[in-house]
Design a protein around this ligand. Sequence first.
Ligand code: NAD
Length: 251
Amino acid sequence: MAIRVFLNGCNGRMGQVISGLAKDSQDLEIVAGSDLSQAVVQPFPVFARAQDCDVAFDVIIDFSNPAALPNLFELIRNTQKPAVICTTGLEEAEKNELDGLAQASAIFVSANMSLGVNILISLAQKAAAILYPDFDIEIIEAHHRQKVDAPSGTALMIADALNQTLDNQLEYTYDRSQVRQKRGDRELGLSSIRGGTIVGEHTVLFAGGEETISIHHSAQSRNVFARGALAAARFLAGKPAGRYEMKDLIN
Ligand SMILES: NC(=O)c1ccc[n+]([C@@H]2O[C@H](COP(=O)([O-])OP(=O)(O)OC[C@H]3O[C@@H](n4cnc5c(N)ncnc54)[C@H](O)[C@@H]3O)[C@@H](O)[C@H]2O)c1
């Protein structure tokens, strides 16, 4: 029997890619979804509030908006079903709430579902361990003009991974326009570009004396995130309660 999916944010850009890919899948079926917008006609019921869903499902995939999360969290609390959370721009309180939900449900969170970005992180961690503090580290990201959060969840995910490798010595700098001072040794700069239809670009730049190294990832289609989310849903169905991330899926 196919894994039955509840798709939160089903009428958004990512939601529509997921429902398109799921149509061609043998082992996954979207049986219900939730979205504030009813602008898209879907072949499954779409609830304005996730917690009103009365259709049986096995796993949740979420690509929505932080504003949609309270309703989604209520659905997770009520059903204790596993959930793949892909929405970015979460506040600390929302991350803590996910920790609480993971006591009773399998919760998978990743700000970037592409295999390539997760390989970039692992390469950048190895480079940082060798190059820091001789090389300064900067992260530059670019996304389409509709994106509301900056820096991207992925840029923060890369920054956190590098900081963890370097024993949390780094201090994040988001804006140099308000200070007149040289770059500090512990700074990790994060810069955001927004424009057009760019799907997602991330560069980790290591700038040393007279040489630089860049590790770059370019997502050319939203399909890479959607395929990763579907793989995570397959992985999570039937898993015990707890927190899961891309590393668990890749390993
Ligand atoms: N983890 C990843 O790999 C990854 C990849 C791409 C996008 N994202 C993130 O996924 C999210 C969605 O991206 P998108 O490009 O599809 O955005 P989008 O704006 O196109 O879609 C979001 C959908 O959520 C709905 N929504 C907004 N507020 C709501 C609410 N309060 N209740 C119910 N529905 C609500 C909107 O109507 C919209 O249809 C963003 O946070 C984005 O950063 C994550």
